[in-house]
Design a protein around this ligand. Sequence first.
Ligand SMILES: [Zn+2]
Ligand SMILES: [Zn+2]
Length: 233
Amino acid sequence: MGRTLDLGRRLELCSADPHCHDISLGLYRQPLAVEPATLPDRQAVPPAGADGAFPVQFLVHTYSTAVGAAERVAFVSQALGDLAGLERVPGTPAQRAFPCSCGHERALKRAFLDICKKSNEEPMECYPLSRMDKKAECQIIVVPVGNGEYRIDAEADTPAAQRRRQAVARGYLKLCEMEPVEGDDYRVRFRCGAAHDRLLGLLLFRAQNVRSTMREDEAAVSRGVLAAPSQQL
Ligand SMILES: [Zn+2]
Ligand SMILES: [Zn+2]
């Protein structure tokens, strides 16, 4: 392949992967190569431009020819499927897309960077939709209620737990660009109306710690995308 591969727009960059010879890994966005309806497990067809975008697919790519680079790309790509819910697009070399064919770019960038911190040996079990919360002193549970909507619950019924439910809901609003559900501070929804359980499981820790996550993001932006990922930890 020549150097003029049309990879599309680079959405995110892991500039020096500590798990693979400091190679750089890019996540690229392309127009979806198939009709949205042919994606497996498709749950809902959003109206055209549901989130102001055309249907998209993504590709993990490296220009590196280092030993292990191809395996590393395959690992990150597979993890985006298993842990974030990006499915393989039939008939393409390695492209993946969400079942809704939306970009969900902010959430996906975060998922990609977090996945790049994992070594190829880490198990790829998808994250549960519940997680211990220190400040709530109980489990926080993300409950899918259908049509892309989720309710944030807590095991305990204390004021602290209620505050944390709200904080996690707000965390998801920011991190995943979800929208609030009117009259309910504990509910959030995806505009596309599709379920994104894996993505929300992967990012639950981030939603619980949204302030430090946003600080990391701002620091990364101010350093520029070429900053070393070791500084992002
Ligand atoms: Zn979606
Ligand atoms: Zn969407």
